[in-house]
Design a protein. Structure first.
Ligand code: CAO
Length: 556
């Protein structure tokens, strides 16, 4: 059987048109009229169908290529039974045009009919923008309205985008003016002569009295018989007064080429480097609108801050349908959990973390704490090891001021703080909250105990105000009441260090001559290694150990 080349036909004079989709694969058996490729200009996208049936032997174009009339699209082996002529024909534009004489787009074809609604005038006048001749197509859908009332349009600006099953095309206005009224809506079907909009022509736009209706001419783009069967399909609208179709040399839209979108949207997507295939479509019949592309870009821009699971430039883990493995529920995260996730991700990705582990001997502290239990009850409060930790950390922050800083975003300065506000991580059913206790260095153990209890209750009752959680210099995350031997807390940026406290356990400690039972509390100090060095971290935890090991130091 004969193999022949199938070539790009005349596309209404459009040159160097971009291939945005290859609709076939080698080995495919196609019928006459089946789409082979989709090409696009800035004004229209159009399918180029096979002019005869056969089996695809080779594809000589790829997505992103630019092509012109006469370029070979495919090699095709003619289907058995096709006429010899059809089997071997090189689909040349003239031949296609001849074969489709009965449906060929009238050349010159009117694109936008504009009619004055008032007698001719050289001052501002109302004009109707009408649906032009669509090559015989009827009931063509408006898929996008590109303007709104009040918009000032320049000659060539797009008014609406129409779409058939084979092509979408922008209908531009061919004079400058202001949109007074829109007579159509998205999704509406229109026919030649329907009014699209009423415009007030700019005062310098004049229209001759003997030309009440202006028909702007366009070249014909009779691609194949299939085109004409599908009515307006291949008519590239390129009105004389409108800007000529431009071909973008930008990168192909990739998977997005299969998305439903008008040429203007595709153009925007290409300019922004957006793969339309990833954009959620909100338009009629699943069409991607300009707004969808804008929302997509906006989301991408915010993503480092928004996405709990995705880091800057780090590919997101693939989405998995877990229901394939068993029953699952899809539960919405609480706002607190979402914010925590964002903060953790940001901190984890931005801060070079190191964790210093140590122990504090709190044997005597516990003896003292128990000794004041009755007094605390009398005061209506309870003293846990945590207020002592707060006090010790406040003193350590004074002793090692390099821990009481934030890094300036300019990368050249640190901000030294001269106040000591410490946040305490509180576990609540709604998620993790970190109320901040102010001026810890100036408060007594009693005051700190009361504030801790009050803040903890407020957090659990969701009564914390934003101000209650701001201004921290350092954070303590205590899992001491739960258990564990150590952990690696994540620095609560813009702070530069956080102390994790684990459950104190009795341990044998060698005193030089014998083992002694000591209540040892594990400390895990995570720090931002840009602000703090390891030696200082080790000194910091040692200092905490000294303060907590002999709480008389806390009053010094
Ligand atoms: N070692 C041993 N026991 C400890 C301890 C430690 N390090 N810390 C506290 N305890 C004991 C307390 O003494 C108390 O026991 P008694 O009643 O016998 O005195 C008991 O544990 C319960 O303490 P608490 O939790 O009520 O009080 P707290 O001051 O230790 O903590 C608060 C208060 C609000 C921090 C706590 O309720 C909380 O939410 N902890 C979880 C914090 C968290 O989730 N951190 C992780 C953040 S990162 O994901």
């Amino acid at each position: 059987m004969a193999t022949s080349n199938m070539m790009i036909p005349d596309m209404g004079g459009a040159q160097s048109v971009e291939v945005i989709e290859i609709c076939v694969a080698v080995g495919d058996v196609v019928d006459e009229g089946d789409s082979i490729i989709v090409v696009e200009t800035d004004k229209a996208s159009m399918e180029i169908p096979a002019s005869s049936a056969g089996t695809i032997k080779a594809i000589l174009l790829k997505e992103g290529d630019t092509c012109s009339m006469g370029d070979v699209m495919i090699e095709i082996e003619a289907a058995h039974g096709d006429s010899a002529d059809a089997q071997v024909i090189d689909v040349k534009a003239e031949e296609v045009a001849a074969a489709t004489a009965e449906v060929e787009v009238v050349s010159p074809a009117p694109v936008l009919a504009v009619k004055e609604s008032e007698p001719a005038s050289s001052v501002e006048s109302e004009r109707l923008a009408l649906v032009p001749d669509l090559g015989g197509a009827t009931d063509v859908e408006i898929i996008e309205i590109s303007v709104k009332v009040g918009d000032e349009l320049s000659d060539g600006d797009s008014l609406v985008v129409l779409e058939t099953d084979k092509a979408s095309m922008e209908i531009p206005v061919n004079f400058a003016g202001t949109v007074l009224e829109l007579k159509v809506a998205e999704g509406q079907k229109v026919n030649v002569g329907d009014t699209i909009a009423v415009l007030m022509a700019a005062s310098n736009e004049t229209i001759k009295a003997d030309e009440p209706v202006t028909q702007v001419k366009a070249p014909s783009v009779a691609v194949t018989a299939q085109v004409s069967k599908a009515a307006v399909a291949q008519k590239v609208v390129s009105p004389a007064k409108a800007p000529a179709p431009k071909v973008s040399a930008a990168a192909p839209v990739g998977a997005g080429s299969a998305a439903h979108a008008g040429p203007a949207v595709r153009m925007l997507a290409r300019e922004l480097g957006v793969d339309l295939g990833q954009v959620s479509a909100t338009g009629p019949r699943g069409r991607v609108l300009k707004e969808d592309v804008q929302v997509f870009v906006k989301q991408k821009m915010l993503q480092p801050a928004l996405s709990a699971g995705q880091g800057v430039g780090i590919e997101q883990p693939p989405a998995i349908d877990f229901s394939q493995f068993g029953e699952v529920d899809h539960i919405k995260m609480s706002k607190i959990k979402r914010i925590t996730a964002q903060n953790m991700t940001r901190s984890w990705l931005n801060v070079p973390h190191v964790t210093q582990f140590d122990h504090a001997d709190i044997t005597e502290l516990e003896v003292f704490r128990k000794s004041i239990k009755a007094e605390a009850e009398k005061k209506g409060t309870k003293v846990t090891p945590l207020p002592f930790m707060l006090k010790a950390c406040a003193m350590a922050l004074r002793e090692f001021p390099q821990f009481n800083v934030s890094l300036d975003n300019d990368g050249e300065h640190i901000i030294q703080k001269h106040y000591v506000h410490i946040g305490v991580a509180v576990d609540t059913p709604a998620g993790l909250m970190v109320p901040v206790i102010r001026d810890v260095d100036k408060k007594s153990i009693w005051q700190l105990s009361e504030e801790l209890i009050a803040m903890g209750a407020k957090a659990k009752d969701k009564k914390l105000m934003p101000a209650d959680m701001q201004g921290g210099c350092f954070t303590i995350s205590s899992l001491g009441s739960i258990g564990g031997t150590a952990f690696t807390p994540i620095v609560n940026t813009p702070e530069v260090a956080i102390l994790g406290v684990s459950k104190a356990e009795m341990q044998p400690r060698w005193n030089g001559s014998e083992f002694e039972p000591k209540l040892m509390m594990p400390l895990s100090l995570s720090y931002d290694h840009r602000a703090v060095n390891g030696a200082d971290a080790a000194r910091f935890t040692q200092y905490l150990g000294k303060l907590l090991g002999d709480i008389r130091h806390l009053v010094m």
